[in-house]
Write a protein that binds this ligand. Structure first.
Ligand code: G1P
Length: 293
């Protein structure tokens, strides 16, 4: 059966984006016209995902509100003949089921994914991190391609990777590939936030994963790792060590990852998406040219 369920962890505090994230989730920050999390849902639904489980936390209820069908707003727009604005709410009507559960203690990304165990059960599933958009306007079918690899290679773990400068490996999970590194490669090991000298490559985990349910057993016994948190990377690592099959897919240059986890990359993402806006991009481009002169 095709994989149709995805888990989006959104429980993190977003402290690197304070004060913007004091009372609103970083996943609801706008990038161009839409909040981050809407792009992620659109990307996933374009890759055949039909059930989405958010792992949420305190002050994240606006995510749930965003995906509700707001009849009052729809009626108001319809009655006042604002068809264009009404069309902006089409995403509410997608053929998707949403589920929400709270990560009641902040024990790390691995623990957040473990919170999905009861709903996901014994089936393979996708994990998409809530603070990364793949491709401009989420135009990426990386998850679809990962799912295909998962099925054809009978893998247990498939991870998307992007190349990062050597001095940035310390911020990411880093791949140790086995054999030649093509667009698709075999994954021998993954190390969470290694030092430059420990890093086996400069291929960084890029926020999209496909797992067999075997990951839950690993997560249940994974001890706190980097930063004192239960790391998803450590659970993958121990699964791979036991002989599970791991595959890495490199994000093509045409589908970069936009990281909304800090101001530097958030500003860049916003500008790139705003420049791509068919209505307002050209005027912004002129404005930036004048400003940068
Ligand atoms: C998490 C993962 C890391 C991954 C990164 C970007 O780190 O632990 O392996 O490379 O997301 O997808 P965080 O950014 O939460 O520190």
């Amino acid at each position: 059966m095709a994989i149709d369920i995805a888990v989006i962890p959104v429980a993190g505090h977003g402290t690197r984006l304070l004060p913007a994230t004091k009372s609103q989730p970083k996943e609801m920050l706008p990038v161009g016209r839409k909040p981050v999390v809407q792009y992620i849902v659109e990307e996933l639904t374009n890759s055949q995902i039909r059930r989405i489980l958010f792992i949420t936390g305190a002050s994240k209820t606006s995510i749930e509100n965003h995906f509700d069908i707001d009849e009052r707003l729809i009626n108001y727009l319809r009655e006042s003949g604002r068809e264009e604005e009404l069309a902006e709410l089409d995403f509410e009507r997608k053929d998707v089921e949403y589920f929400y559960t709270r990560q009641r203690r902040q024990l790390g990304l691995g623990h957040a994914v473990l919170c999905a165990k009861s709903l996901v059960g014994q089936q393979p599933f996708v994990v998409a991190l809530g603070d990364s958009i793949i491709g401009i306007n989420a135009k990426s079918d990386i998850v679809q391609r990962m799912v295909e690899q998962f099925e054809t290679a009978k893998a247990d773990v498939v991870v998307a990777f992007e190349e990062v400068p050597r001095n940035e490996v310390v911020r990411y999970g880093i791949a140790a590939p086995r054999g030649p590194i093509g667009d698709i490669f075999e994954l021998q090991d993954v190390i969470e936030k290694p030092s430059e000298s420990e890093a086996p490559s400069n291929l960084a985990v890029a926020a999209r994963y496909v797992f067999s349910p075997a990951i839950f057993d690993e997560l249940a016994t994974t001890k706190p790792g980097k930063g004192g948190e239960i790391q998803l990377t450590d659970a993958m690592r121990s699964l791979l060590k036991k002989g599970a099959k791991g595959i890495g897919l490199r994000l093509p240059a045409s589908e970069p990852r936009f990281d909304i986890g800090n101001y530097e990359s958030y500003y860049q993402a916003f500008v790139d998406f705003a420049l791509a806006d068919p209505d307002h991009g050209p005027a912004l481009r002129e404005h930036l040219k004048r400003t940068l002169k």
